[in-house]
Design a protein around this ligand. Structure first.
Ligand SMILES: O=C[C@H](O)[C@@H](O)CC(=O)C(=O)O
Ligand SMILES: [Zn+2]
Length: 276
């Protein structure tokens, strides 16, 4: 499994485009017939995707983990951004359709992904964090996610934040996970931006039309850089970095965090006039 090492904010100041992409971008994880995972040293979060087509895919073990099986000391959150799918968790089958979320806790031995229709395959995006206790497997549909409206059409950032794994939703050890969809015509996410020094975060962009890009902004609020992102690519956000995007079209993104706490509101907002 590929490893992403952590970056110090002082070093980040001198990074050019290529180095920013190498250190923070997670691309080519969605690949037909495959599961691809990247191990980050940001709170040891693993970022991955499973794209089963006409046969099922089993979440295997990785030598990086030095464990008996993937979830021996970990938990996982999985959201489908593709066609209808199913996930078998220790023999029990759960329907996981577009924008539904499945959580599986520490101790689960078998996770098997499949698509209902190979012509419209499921795309399962997953985040896995270390876990010290086991929480039950839970499926939450998109309808049942807690919804918060944010932003405004006049500032092109009207959006719906859907919380799945959080303190008042699916319970977990560390993971906090959900997704945000932009109203058609709106292009800005997480503006005004924020940091949360107690948690890392990962953004995974989806439903970005072909040929379009998201300019994802990162860095300290007073010294920002951008990274150009394609559909089905993820970017890690260090605890010292803002994370905000502007697309050339509307899109959705899955956000996920792990770290010191699970308090979604523990953010340090940065006013737009303070951004440099
Ligand atoms: O720490 C929280 C995350 O950055 C996201 O939930 C923000 C987000 O989805 C949005 O403003 O659209
Ligand atoms: Zn955040």
């Amino acid at each position: 499994m590929k490893i992403l090492h952590s970056v110090h904010p002082d070093d980040f100041r001198s990074y050019q485009t290529q180095q920013i992409r190498e250190r923070f971008l997670i691309d080519h994880i969605v690949e037909p017939y495959k599961i691809n995972c990247v191990y980050t040293h940001y709170d040891r979060m693993i970022v991955g995707a499973a794209n089963p087509v006409n046969k099922s895919l089993e979440l295997g073990n990785y030598s990086n983990l030095r464990s008996q099986y993937f979830l021996e000391r970990r938990e996982i959150g999985i959201i489908n951004v593709g066609g209808d799918g199913e996930i078998r968790v220790d023999g029990e089958v759960y329907a996981v359709n577009k924008l539904d979320c499945l959580y599986a806790g520490k101790g689960v031995k078998d996770i098997i992904f499949s698509s209902k229709n190979y012509q419209h395959p499921a795309v399962f995006y997953m985040l896995s964090a270390p876990a010290h206790a086991d929480y039950p497997t839970v499926i939450m549909t998109h309808d049942d996610a807690a919804k918060v409206s944010a932003g405004d059409v006049s500032t092109a950032n009207r959006r719906t934040i859907n919380k799945y794994i959080h303190m008042d939703g699916i319970r977990s050890c560390q993971l906090v996970m959900g997704l945000t969809t932009l109203q058609d015509g709106c292009v800005w996410n997480t503006m005004p931006p924020h940091t949360h020094d107690r948690r890392m975060e990962t953004y995974f962009y989806f439903d970005l039309p072909p040929g379009q890009k998201v300019f994802h902004y990162m860095g300290k609020g007073d010294e920002t850089r951008h990274i150009a992102i394609n559909n089905y690519e993820a970017v890690v956000s260090p605890p010292w970095s803002i994370h905000s995007g502007c697309g050339t079209a509307s899109y959705g993104f899955i956000w996920g965090m792990a770290g010191e706490n699970q308090d979604y509101t523990d953010m340090d907002p940065i006013a737009i006039h303070e951004i440099s």
